[in-house]
Design a protein around this ligand. Structure first.
Ligand code: ADP
Ligand code: MG
Ligand code: MG
Length: 885
């Protein structure tokens, strides 16, 4: 009989922490904690295999029933209570838990097993009817929403559930502020109202029978794997749908039991800054859902230290043990029931990029990790946050209000009040700040496109905060002065009214909110960051260069550790306003002498550009790509522009218009561009080469070492490269000879067409290096225009027909296969052939790994991605070592 169930508790467990695929992260770690002797309430986990079956057939396997019954009996022995027993009932929670943590995206039901009979038993054995009915009303409302499908009335406008509305009405009726002040009679009355509401809305009665409740809940949790917010989250984080969720059934412990009871969440270190020391929140006389749902603003964890120092010390000790054991910062959920501490969950804590770096480096200092372990703890994509801007301290405006600093970084944007609006406005290019009373997991699609998130309620561990940190979005929660009026689309702070569309600035590192636009300054990197990058550079084999067209970009990239320029595009130099006229003159010239005359005007300007870039890179290699775009891009398009260009050049408008139309191409992407231009007009590359060579000489004279690499784009036949290389060398060598200087320079090509890969051996005969231009290569391998793919590619991705956007993550199966051919053929002909990549992929971690595996010499990416590529290269090297490569 297949085994569907793994038990844990009472100092032992069937499962282990490395079985997250089978037991979900939550179930696997509960098992691990139980084996470690940490106090966890006993329970059992139903495997993800059942989820897969449920997904396929819509039902549960028959054999599961007996296994669940047996496990419940075992739990009864462990706790001394029986499930469904009216005298002294065992209550359970039914918890979701995917292999990859998806905080709050799926459902959990607490206090299951209560009905009109068992609630009385609970009241008698505890001597606390108020407590018993508090559990009962919680259970009925959760069951109604999650299992029976009672919906909130207004899903988008911050609507409340009907149960919350009845609760609010009861509070108003009895003139109390806090649900903790409701007595047993009031709570019992609520339970009755809730049941009526369920019947009214679903036409089905609330099930009184505990076993029926349990199966209903188990199925509902399996179903929650498919809910829309879980889908969105999976898509965003690239989580495979087929993984499924596990379901954990666990004996309840009660944070709402009395004054010495509480529920809380804590991180073993500060998840925003990485500072050591417990960081968390709790609510007295509450169940855990109250904390994570951000319904009431919780108290800091210090409140436990003040009130119950021993329990606090125990928690600190357990947290340290868990950290040591998992060798990572943990995010734990706990409950104190009448002075007894119970752990309910532990997992690796989500953290800001800054905290990620600090924790990894600190843990090496503490001897928990070694340098390699620290690198393995770094998510390269999150490093970008460390380089995020902050508000300029010198011109820091007066804050409008302040909340909790839930996720660091500064954000500026227009205020919107719903996830839908956020999406709509973001689509038309507006930066938006999503403002909500509290965010629910349903808002995730809006949080994803927002530049920042601001909520009036919730805490540091509310779902809004956790999700925002995970996405690296600046976020401020619990801005309690904020009154959000979702209906009128505005919020107020005292007398100040902020309407939809108004601009505000958030500082997620301090929790401050500012009216209008604050001045931002770019981030400065911490000492820990430098330490980490030192380790990274020792481990990686790939060099990391940058794509930079200007001296300013080149300097930024060097500060981030770039080891050269892998792609310097020259066309922007042509577009500068004071040059475009000369460029147009060149294009419109009737013959070669005319073109040469115009190019002569451009030459000194290009020479200055290159000189500055050589200076900025000071001795590091600089790859300069000769002119690439089709000429029509430099010409005016509208009649007005044509007229004004004609006037500037002293030509007739119809002459200019005729030239424009003669350059028109049906498909410019595949047209007269790249080296094909130089085949027709040799003087263009000759001029550019001369400018590079002269700049190199000037740099040398100024004492700056130079390593120029001239790159010829869009080559498809060996003959193109052979001819153009000869011309480039002739000009370069002549400049050197005239000056009597010797200088090494390279001439290579950008490999960006499938044919170039396939004839890589013959192209390599004329090339000192290959630089894979994977943007164009992806377009041409897929027959997919990047500019037009927006019409259908999103549907492919949303529907799961495609896993990844090939323009973002290098498509190893297709484009990668061609790259491999190109590398093999190239190196077969020339062993020492230098190989790099200069498409957008050069800064994307999985693509960087591909380049490492294929034996590239370097990757090149935009300046801000340089540290990301360095870390990705180091991680690839470590993984390769682990695989013995
Ligand atoms: P999520 O994945 O949304 O965090 P959980 O399954 O962790 O969902 O449950 C949410 C909260 O419910 C937990 O933080 C915990 O406080 C509470 N909870 C779950 N199971 C129990 C239990 N057996 N006893 C007491 N509280 C529980
Ligand atoms: Mg949890
Ligand atoms: Mg290209």
């Amino acid at each position: 009989m297949p085994r569907y169930i793994y038990k844990f508790g009472a100092g032992q467990a069937d499962g282990r922490s490395d079985q997250a695929l089978l037991l979900g992260g939550k179930g696997a770690n509960l098992a691990e904690m139980a084996s470690l002797g940490v106090t966890v309430p006993p329970g059992f986990t139903i495997t993800t295999e059942v989820s897969a079956q449920f997904d396929e057939s819509g039902g549960l396997p028959e054999a599961l029933r007996g296994q669940v019954t047996a496990a419940l009996e075992w739990m009864g022995e462990a706790t001394g209570r029986r499930f469904g027993n009216a005298e002294d009932p065992l209550l359970v929670s039914v918890r979701s838990g995917a292999p990859v943590s998806m905080p709050g995206m799926m459902d959990t039901i607490l206090d299951l097993g209560l009905n009109d009979a068992t609630v009385e038993g609970l009241a008698r054995t505890t001597g606390d009817p108020r407590f018993a009915y508090d559990c009962y009303r919680r259970f009925v409302s959760m069951y109604g929403e999650i299992v029976m499908g009672v919906k909130t009335d207004d899903e988008h406008g911050g609507g409340e559930s009907p149960f919350d509305r009845l609760l609010a009405a009861k509070l108003a009726e009895l003139k109390v502020d806090d649900e903790r002040e409701l007595d047993a009679a009031a709570l019992r009355a609520l339970v009755t109202q809730f049941k009526i509401e369920i019947l009214r809305r679903t036409s089905r009665p609330f099930p009184e029978e505990p076993t029926a409740q349990l199966w209903g809940a188990i199925e509902a949790v399996f179903r929650s794997w498919e809910n829309p917010r879980a889908e969105v989250y999976r898509r965003m984080h690239g989580i495979d749908r087929s993984l499924g969720t596990a379901v954990t059934v666990q004996a309840m412990v009660f944070g709402n039991r009395g004054p010495d009871s509480c529920s809380g969440v804590c991180f073993t270190r500060n998840p925003a800054t990485g500072e050591p020391g417990l960081f968390g929140e709790l609510l007295w006389r509450a169940q855990g859902e109250d904390v994570v749902a951000g319904v009431r603003t919780p108290e800091p964890i210090e409140s436990l230290r003040n009130r119950m120092p021993q329990v606090y010390a125990e928690l600190v000790e357990l947290c340290q043990r868990l950290e040591q054991h998992f060798a990572d910062m943990q995010d734990v959920e706990f409950t104190v029931e009448e002075g007894h501490l119970w752990m309910l969950q532990t997992r690796s804590g989500k953290r800001s990029g800054k905290a990620m770096v600090r924790v990894a480096v600190d843990m090496v200092g503490e001897g928990v990790l070694d340098a390699h372990g620290a690198i393995e703890r770094i998510d390269p994509d999150k490093l970008g946050e460390v380089m995020h801007s902050t508000i300029d301290p010198d011109s820091r405006p007066q804050a409008l209000t302040k909340g909790l600093p839930a996720s660091p970084g500064a954000a500026i944007g227009r205020v919107v009040f719903s996830a839908e609006q956020a999406e709509e406005w973001a689509k038309r290019g507006d930066a938006v700040i999503l403002v909500r009373t509290e965010t629910s997991p349903e808002d995730i699609h809006g949080m994803k496109v927002a530049s920042g998130i601001l909520t009036a309620r919730g805490g540091m561990t509310s779902h809004a905060a956790v999700v925002a940190r995970g996405m690296g979005r600046p976020c401020v929660t619990a801005a309690t002065d904020l009154r959000v009026d979702h209906a009128r689309e505005r919020f107020t702070v005292g007398k100040v009214v902020v309407a939809k569309g108004d601009v505000i600035t958030l500082d997620g590192s301090t929790g401050e909110v500012f009216l209008g636009r604050a001045t931002l300054v770019p981030a400065s990197m911490s000492e820990e960051f430098q330490t980490l990058m030192g380790w990274v550079d020792e481990v990686r084999r790939l060099r990391v260069r940058t794509n930079a067209d200007t001296p300013a970009d080149a300097r930024t990239a060097r500060a981030f550790g770039a080891e050269g320029i892998g792609l310097c595009r020259t066309e922007h130099m042509f577009f500068a306003p004071e040059r475009i006229l000369a460029v147009r003159e060149m294009i419109l010239a009737a013959d070669e002498p005319g073109r040469r005359a115009a190019l002569a005007k451009i030459l000194p300007m290009q020479r200055d550009d290159f000189l500055e870039i050589f200076r900025a890179m000071d001795g590091l290699p600089v790859t300069i790509r000769l002119l690439d775009p089709p000429l029509h891009e430099f010409l005016p398009a509208t009649p007005q522009d044509i007229a004004s260009v004609a006037a500037d050049l002293g030509k007739r408008p119809d002459e200019v218009a005729a030239a424009v139309s003669s350059l028109h191409e049906q498909n410019p992407m595949l047209g007269h561009r790249g080296c094909r231009l130089a085949m027709s007009y040799p003087e263009i590359y000759e001029t550019q080469t001369r400018a590079i060579a002269e700049a190199a000489l000037l740099a040398l004279q100024a004492g700056v070492a130079v390593e120029p690499e001239i790159m010829i784009p869009f080559v498809s036949t060996p003959s193109e490269l052979s001819l153009l290389r000869e011309r480039v060398c002739r000009v370069f060598d002549k400049v050197l000879a005239d000056a009597g200087v010797e200088l090494e320079y390279l001439v290579g090509t950008m490999i960006e067409l499938p044919r170039a890969c396939l004839v890589g051996d013959r192209i390599a005969e004329h090339a000192d290096f290959f630089s894979f231009g994977t943007n164009d290569l992806t377009q041409t391998v897929w027959g997919l225009s990047r500019d037009d793919s927006g019409r259908f590619l999103p549907t492919y991705l949303d529907s799961g027909w495609l896993d990844r956007d090939p323009f973002v993550v290098l498509d190893r199966a297709g484009v990668g296969a061609l790259v491999r051919i190109g590398v093999e053929k190239g190196r077969a002909r020339k062993t020492k052939l230098k190989i790099g990549i200069c498409g957008e992929h050069g800064g994307e971690p999985s693509s960087v790994e591909f380049c490492h595996v294929e034996g590239f010499d370097y990757v090149s990416c935009s300046p801000f991605r340089v540290p990301i590529a360095r870390v990705a290269a180091a991680r690839a090297a470590l993984r390769g070592e682990a695989r013995g490569k």
